[in-house]
Design a protein around this ligand. Structure first.
Ligand code: GUN
Ligand code: FE
Length: 417
């Protein structure tokens, strides 16, 4: 048993932050045992870590990020999706045919992700099995929770970054087979998006989903171009999401739909039916996509929501910054499209960044009893003009915070970094 003393803040639900000021949080075997205003007698002998006036919050979950695009963050942000992919992103991803290049980038990426307080992530690799496998292995080794996918793309892609359906399916099956036994970082099927996948490939991935009981991550109705292209390439379906439903890709594990900015009623109905996540990636939205998710409306309709950095469509790894940006975008959405859209309160965005997104990985993302003690200690948000409440410190951290404001990081109760 270990004890942490300080101000404790988490979002047990979407409507409000829960705050325990000046309290004691007990951790048993890496899991939160309870939070107490006074240290209980039976814990008198346990070692206490005093966080003083700093605030203890859950670690963040990034539900959509491209690790191979890490070297490209903050570059070519004046392009839109199609040009950005073809001129910059695809040439960079081709470099991951070289495992040495991949190892160097992926080590740096994981260091920086943890530095930014993210301990759970759903990650795109590239088409390259070996390099992507290294990323998954390193996450497992570090004890980070993750879903990692070898990307599939067999059409409308440049020659240097294109597989045949047969080879893509063979490599994917080998990838799934190799990492079946992993406990924290697990494989996930990753057709890039409808415009770069043939029906033969998607159908084959559906068979693998059933055989290996594996989930799906992809980009869903991310731009008007992509949504239209999905229907043009797959004329038999009513919407982008139906492609994956028909192939049986939404029945065997988590379903992670990045962006979900331009969904039809059918997209929403299908994603909800399968308990899938719509992942908002606020920075990517303003950098390369130019559309705003209807977060409040989707939540009201029962769609699960999460946040993604979408490095490198997004430029910032901090999910806390994405939470702030989510609030900002919801206000713009309400302003420009008041019909059916309302701004979200900060608590809802923080909930997406922690407990709602964290549920993909099990009991992570909250500090309620039974949740993994994957946590951050944040400080330095006060100024001389008046003390902040713990909840205000958390909000300011999301708007102004830098990695230096994260004073300590705990994964399963152990200090890391
Ligand atoms: N759609 C297809 N590929 C990508 C990608 O790499 N990033 C983003 N943001 N959207 C995509
Ligand atoms: Fe993406």
């Amino acid at each position: 048993m270990k004890v942490f003393h300080g101000d404790i803040v988490y979002a047990a639900g979407p409507d409000a932050l829960t705050v325990h000021e000046d309290s004691y949080l007990a951790v048993e075997n890496g899991v939160v045992e309870g939070i107490y205003p006074v240290l209980p007698e039976r814990l008198a002998g346990a070692p206490v870590t005093d966080c003083g006036s700093d605030v203890i919050i859950p670690a963040f979950s990034d539900l959509h990020v491209h690790a191979p695009q890490y070297p490209q963050r903050g570059l070519a942000m004046d392009q839109l999706l199609y040009d950005w992919l073809h001129r910059y992103t695809f040439p960079l991803e081709a470099k991951y045919a070289d495992p040495d290049f991949a190892h160097a980038v992926y080590d740096a990426f994981l260091d920086d992700m943890v530095e930014h307080g993210t301990m759970h992530a759903v990650i795109f690799g590239t088409i390259h099995r070996e390099s992507t496998g290294y990323l998954l292995e390193q996450m497992e080794k570090r004890g980070l929770y993750g879903y990692v996918g070898k990307v599939n793309m067999d059409t409308a892609s440049p020659d240097y970054l294109c597989e045949t359906a047969e080879e893509s399916l063979r490599e994917t099956e080998c990838f799934l087979d190799t990492y079946q036994g992993h406990r924290r970082a697990k494989p996930i099927l990753t057709p890039r998006f409808a415009p770069t996948c043939s029906w033969e490939l998607i159908w084959g991935l559906g068979k693998l989903a059933e055989k290996y009981q594996t989930g799906l991550q992809t980009h869903l109705v991310e731009s008007r171009w992509e949504a239209a292209e999905a229907k043009r390439c797959f004329p038999d379906v009513s919407c982008d999401t139906e492609i994956y439903e028909r192939a049986g890709l939404m029945d065997h594990g988590p379903v992670i739909g990045a962006h979900f900015i331009f969904p039809s009623e059918d997209d929403i109905r299908i994603l909800k039916k399968h308990g899938g996540y719509a992942v908002q990636c606020p920075d990517a939205t303003v950098n390369v996509i130019a559309g705003i998710m209807s977060t409040a409306s989707l939540a009201e309709q029962g769609i699960k929501l999460g946040l993604g950095s979408d490095i490198a469509g997004g430029s910032n790894l901090g999910i806390y910054s994405q939470a702030a940006r989510s609030v900002q975008l919801s206000k713009l959405k309400e302003f420009y499209e008041p019909d059916g859209n309302t701004a979200i309160p900060f608590a809802r965005a923080f909930y997406m960044a922690t407990k709602e997104g964290g549920a993909v990985f099990g009991k992570t993302g909250s500090l309620e009893p039974g949740y993994a003690f994957d946590a951050l200690v944040i400080g330095g948000m006060d100024d001389p003009f008046g003390a902040l409440t713990p909840a205000q410190a958390v909000e300011r951290f999301c708007y102004l915070g830098e990695t230096g404001h994260i004073r300590a990081r705990y994964l399963g109760g152990e200090k890391i970094g």
